[in-house]
Design a protein around this ligand. Structure first.
Ligand SMILES: *Cc1c(COP(=O)(O)O)cnc(C)c1O
Length: 473
């Protein structure tokens, strides 16, 4: 390495580590707007080179001037995002330094091999059938695209239609069955694959957001051709898990393909204490999940699993162009299992996380998040004015403050402004609610306690503003 390079990268690593060291005390939400950030980072394209360290400094200033959300810190409970394990970040830095084109074995044998090994470990950890094929797309949305392309291939092959060659326009109708509470990325993936939103058959959900089996049964009774059923393991609001084993059995009796959206909830399968929640999940035909959420690797890394490798590989387009040498099974070509062609070594942090945590370390990560979610639920239940709205079986808690939507919204706004923690809002059962997602290895019981104190204060302030007590007003 030339000296400048070492110096610059050591400098940048130092700044990155300062950022990480400051995470527990850093303000959680961002404060800077697009205007300030554009002023800091923008201007006309520089006409000539400047010192690289100056550019690195600008990024650090963007973070220090409120342009970065501390979502990998211990008290970020918005959406479902996950933190980053140090070992996964280390592997990500190395992946960047290696800069392998990770599409084919010959361009990066160590990456392709680590990916092959991680794929096997994931099947073991999540209890999926041996022989299931595994791909590493950018996220769960693209995992859906990949898996549902395989599903489309398989169900249309079943009626003698080669969709890769003949397309969809004149193909036999495919019935696509989805749950009422599905994630919007399922619709996105289906739209990309030619299945319009109005064509979907929607199965109503119960109060927790789970697909209702009786309703599924009557929808399936109406589907007599190629059929795909999309189940969900882990609702973004409640964490609710569809009765996935029963859905598989029922759907398979109708000859349907079952795809599971398990973006975060599927990780329950990696915990002996929680595995029962997803009983029967191994009977599905395809699964989509994320490593960048609950496995706590850096963005962007999704995972797709398909129990029918031939369908999976055929649905991806790259299968053996002329200039790629043929691989052996152990010489994995990652492009066979995702839509990306050239890509970064995003599987390396997954390999590193699994290699370093081991089976019990992953289970502990999942269990600790769930224990902290239960702690939230217990403390919030005891808080005057707070009402926990869901059965807390996983890492998600839904809470509401009083009957007035405005108070709940005000509490969320106060917490976001306070900077100690961060929550987002949602609507559940037609009413405003605050969503709590515990998905980071960094979150401790003490973080939960401190956060609940913040919530207590915010509720008191919001309630006082909403209906001033006549005695003190
Ligand atoms: C986050 C999420 C997705 C989308 O995953 P990305 O990695 O953001 O593409 C899909 N389904 C569920 C249930 C999710 O929580």
């Amino acid at each position: 390495m030339i000296p400048d390079e070492t110096e610059l990268l050591t400098y940048a690593a130092g700044q990155a580590m300062d950022y990480l060291a400051g995470l527990p005390t850093r303000r959680v939400g961002a404060t800077a707007g697009a205007e300030e950030l554009t002023k800091l980072l923008g201007g006309p394209l520089p006409e000539a080179p400047t010192a690289p360290a100056e550019t690195v400094d600008l990024l650090t200033r963007a973070a220090n001037e409120g342009g970065v959300v501390a979502s990998s810190g211990p008290r970020y409970f918005g959406y479902v995002v996950g933190g980053t394990l140090p070992v996964a970040l280390a592997a990500d830095w190395i992946a960047g330094a290696w800069d392998q084109n990770s599409g084919v074995f010959d361009l990066g044998p160590a990456v392709a091999t680590a990916e092959h090994i991680a794929a096997g470990w994931l099947l073991d950890l999540l209890g999926l059938p041996a022989g299931t094929s595994v791909g590493f797309p950018t996220g769960c949305a693209m995992a859906h695209v990949t898996a549902l392309a395989a599903a489309r291939h398989q169900v249309l092959t079943g009626v003698g239609w080669d969709v890769e060659r003949r397309g969809l326009r004149e193909a036999p109708r495919v019935d696509v069955v989805v749950g009422e509470q599905r994630h919007l990325t399922v619709d996105l993936a289906l739209r990309h694959l030619g299945f319009g939103t109005d064509q979907l058959r929607v199965v109503p959900a119960d109060d927790e957001g789970r697909m209702r089996l009786d309703e599924l049964e009557s929808v399936l009774a109406d589907c007599d051709g190629p059929t795909i059923v999309c189940a969900q393991v882990g609702d973004v609001n409640t964490g609710a898990i569809d009765p996935v084993g029963e859905i598989c059995d029922l759907s398979h009796r109708h000859g349907a393909w079952v795809h599971v959206d398990g973006a975060f909830g599927m990780w329950a399968a990696a915990s002996p204490a929680l595995r029962h929640l997803v009983a029967g999940i191994e009977r599905a035909d395809s699964w989509a999940t994320d490593a960048h959420k609950w496995l706590n690797v850096p963005y962007d890394c999704g995972l797709v699993f398909v129990a029918h490798p031939h369908a999976h590989r055929t649905a991806m387009l790259h299968a053996r162009t002329d200039y790629l040498p043929p691989g052996t099974p152990a010489e994995r070509d990652p492009i066979e299992w995702v839509a990306d062609f050239s890509r970064r070594a995003r599987s390396l942090p997954v390999w590193a996380a699994l290699r370093s945590l081991g089976r019990s370390g992953v289970a502990d990560l999942i269990d600790r998040c769930c224990a902290n979610a239960r702690r939230f639920a217990e403390l919030l239940d005891a808080l005057p004015g707070a009402e926990v709205l869901n059965e807390v079986t996983l890492n998600q808690v839904l809470v509401r403050f009083g009957d007035d939507d405005g108070v709940t919204q005000d509490v969320i706004a106060r917490l976001q402004a306070g900077g100690v923690c961060w929550f987002g809002g949602t609507r559940w059962g037609g009413r405003a609610a605050m969503r709590v997602s515990v998905t980071s290895w960094r979150t401790t019981a003490a973080d939960v306690d401190r956060t609940v104190e913040e919530i207590r204060n915010a509720v008191a302030a919001a309630t006082a503003t909403a209906s001033p007590d006549p005695r003190t007003a």
